[in-house]
Design a binder for this molecule. Sequence first.
Ligand SMILES: C[S@@+](CC[C@H](N)C(=O)[O-])C[C@H]1O[C@@H](n2cnc3c(N)ncnc32)[C@H](O)[C@@H]1O
Length: 78
Amino acid sequence: MDVACGTGSHAMILKNNFKVTGVDINENILEIARRKVPEADFIKGNMKKLELKSKFDVVICIFSVIHYNQITTNLKIF
Ligand SMILES: C[S@@+](CC[C@H](N)C(=O)[O-])C[C@H]1O[C@@H](n2cnc3c(N)ncnc32)[C@H](O)[C@@H]1O
C-alpha cells in the first residue's frame, strides 16, 4: 500500500514485483495515477482517517507526505 500515492510514480515501479494499492485524498491526482498504472488499484482516502479493510505486507508513505500532518495527533500507527 502506497499512502498519499500522488500520481503513482512509485506504483509504476513497484507493480513489477508487487500488487499495489495507492490511496490519495485528491481524486484528480488519482485519475492520473490510474491512467499511468492501470495494473494498480487507486482509491480515494484521507491518511488521517484511513481504515484499512485489507491486510498489506508493506505500507509506504514517502516523498514529502508526512508533513501534510500538521499536528502529531494526526499520525496514526497502523
Ligand atoms: C508531494 S506528493 C507525494 C506523492 C507520492 N508519495 C510520491 O512520492 O510521488 C503529496 C501527496 O499527498 C497527498 N495528500 C495530502 N494530504 C493527504 C491526506 N490527508 N490523505 C491522503 N493523501 C494526502 C496529496 O494529494 C499529494 O498527492
